[in-house]
Design a protein around this ligand. Sequence first.
Ligand SMILES: Nc1ncnc2c1ncn2[C@@H]1O[C@H](COP(=O)(O)OP(=O)(O)O)[C@@H](O)[C@H]1O
Ligand SMILES: [Mg+2]
Length: 202
Amino acid sequence: MKAIDDRRLSKVTPIETPYGPAVEKTFVSAESCLREADVYRRMEGSGLRCAKLLEQKEKSLILSRLFGEDYVSLLARQEREGLDLHPWHSLLAWTISFYEITGLIQNDMNLRNFLFCDSEAVGIDFEDCREGDAGGMLAELSAFVLLYDPPMTENKTCIAGLIRDRAMEQRYCTEESFGKMQEEKLRQLLERRRLKKISRAV
Ligand SMILES: Nc1ncnc2c1ncn2[C@@H]1O[C@H](COP(=O)(O)OP(=O)(O)O)[C@@H](O)[C@H]1O
Ligand SMILES: [Mg+2]
């Protein structure tokens, strides 16, 4: 069966198992596979919504398949249909619980790493997780939101404001430090995008 997202380094392929629909995620290294499995174990039994780790192999994991809309599509849809803040509140609640339960930040807050399933956010992709600053994690989320095409729209600015307010409410950072971290993340993402464009052109 065709992989779900061919552009990434790891490969995610839908499969059928005796436990029901699943995906097999194949990693580039055994280390990233171990890291992701470890995060699934930290979440297990915590009540945090996530896929179920069904089987662990050296370089791949079998995970229960989640059915939902990824947040890149959801954001694009809301640009056409109007802003609904519920999925964003749900995403923030999930991310904050993830940090509190695992003690880790996700460290790759691109919106393809979150699915909206049955009216609730669920995170996926934990191979880059590490200990870190929760304010920085939310500032990265906000920077990603702002830069999806078309960038910096009224909706996106509103979602970024919601993320900033929540980061302050949680006492992860001040408004000023959030602004600085977000600016730095925006700079890094724009630089990464510029380098990608150059490498595609050569
Ligand atoms: N458990 C799952 N159920 C359904 N789709 C998934 C699942 N895990 C991953 N995917 C899909 O595969 C894509 C890539 O998975 P991800 O874990 O983010 O790997 P990568 O490291 O390649 O970004 C996701 O954006 C999502 O669309
Ligand atoms: Mg991913």
